[in-house]
Write a protein that binds this ligand. Structure first.
Ligand SMILES: Cc1cc2nc3c(=O)[nH]c(=O)nc-3n(C[C@H](O)[C@H](O)[C@H](O)COP(=O)(O)OP(=O)(O)OC[C@H]3O[C@@H](n4cnc5c(N)ncnc54)[C@H](O)[C@@H]3O)c2cc1C
Length: 310
């Protein structure tokens, strides 16, 4: 049965552990509950927002004056080389499910927090892989006309690109479940790849409160910056994309602090909550980073993190 709660602190549901409350909050496990929650928001003429793992989200200090719907449908099925999962399943659980069934293709995702729905929304990726490599279709609820229209999106319909998808544009489409198409593999090899990736991540990424990479890696056209990066890193750029963290690093911003928000000392593209940070402080720090990168390199950084309540 659907329960709609009131005044729920969203800091408990985000990995940055900050932000104000949701006026209304509902967790949904099935289609019926999702429809009821949307019906409630429609009846009250209020805005609604889909929250999943909260690992790519910055919530304002004022919170959200509407209904936050947390997606918790977690069903799973394995059919041959296909895995069918609810959008609320953790990405890490899908990675394990694939491994246990000798299915390869999702090893790159080992260690990424958040859910299937969130990963599809932002086309999550790491270590040369991305969710778009394995998605066969996505089941969604289209509520753009304030009516319940359930449909399947093919891989093509999803319009995946670097940290982008059709779901980022269609604000009223809710990802409910997905089918992943994987390949048969050997559990030892799959496990080996996953272990290596987790070790790498552990070495490179801060184990602190964050929302992951704050900015997307920008495409840089200036040949001087590209050459400087290639010289510094001893590697060739293939797609013109330079890690945002490298640009931020050149400006010596690691450790820069505004209140409780700080540029991580381990990874310059991570803004961390050192304890008691306000969303406003994160925003001021992010603006400062953007301004410095723009002034120095002429490059406009764009946030990868999503915003709620601003
Ligand atoms: C330590 C750390 C490391 C990270 N490393 C990586 C990495 O290597 N690669 C990477 O790509 N990301 C990384 N991230 C970011 C984050 O984990 C991913 O973006 C993740 O896929 C977000 O999923 P989520 O369920 O937490 O989404 P949320 O943060 O809950 O939501 C993010 C956005 O997706 C929308 N959304 C979520 N679920 C749905 C749904 N079912 N239907 C419609 N819209 C939905 C929300 O409305 C919101 O706009 C990292 C984050 C952290 C904290």
């Amino acid at each position: 049965m659907l329960t709609i709660k009131e005044n729920i602190p969203l800091s408990d549901f985000t990995t940055l552990r900050l932000g104000g409350p949701a006026r209304f909050f509902a967790e949904i496990e099935n289609k019926n509950d999702l429809e009821k929650a949307l019906q409630f928001a429609k009846g009250e003429k209020m805005n609604w927002f889909i929250l999943s793992g909260g690992s790519n989200l910055l919530v304002s200090d004022q919170g959200f004056d509407g209904l936050v719907i947390k997606i918790n449908n977690r069903e799973t099925a394995v059919r041959g080389t296909k895995i069918i999962v609810g959008a609320g399943l953790l990405l890490s659980e899908v990675v394990l499910l694939a491994k246990e069934n000798n299915l390869s293709g999702l090893e790159w995702a080992a260690g990424i927090p958040g859910t299937v729905g969130g990963a599809i929304f932002g086309n999550a990726g790491a270590y040369g892989g991305s969710i778009s490599d394995s998605v066969e279709k996505v089941e969604i609820l289209d509520f753009s006309k304030e009516k319940f229209f359930w449909k399947n999106c093919s891989l093509n319909d999803c319009q995946f690109a670097y940290r982008a998808s059709v779901f980022k544009q269609k604000k009223k489409w809710i990802i409910f479940s997905a089918v992943f198409s994987l390949t048969s593999g050997r559990i030892e090899e799959i496990n080996g790849k996953m272990k290596k990736i987790i070790q790498e991540r552990f070495k490179k990424l801060p184990q602190k409160l964050s929302a992951g990479s704050f900015f997307k890696n920008p495409t840089v056209e200036n040949p001087e910056i590209l050459a400087e990066f290639e010289k510094d890193q001893g590697m060739k750029i293939r797609d013109g994309k330079i890690p945002a963290g490298w640009l931020i690093d050149q400006l010596d911003l690691r450790g820069k602090k505004i209140g409780g928000a700080m540029v991580s000392n381990e990874h310059a593209n991570f803004i961390i909550n050192t304890g008691g940070a306000k969303a406003e402080e994160v925003i001021i720090l992010a603006s400062l980073i953007k301004q410095k990168v723009r002034n120095h390199f002429g490059v406009q950084l764009e946030e990868e993190v999503q915003f709620l309540g601003f």
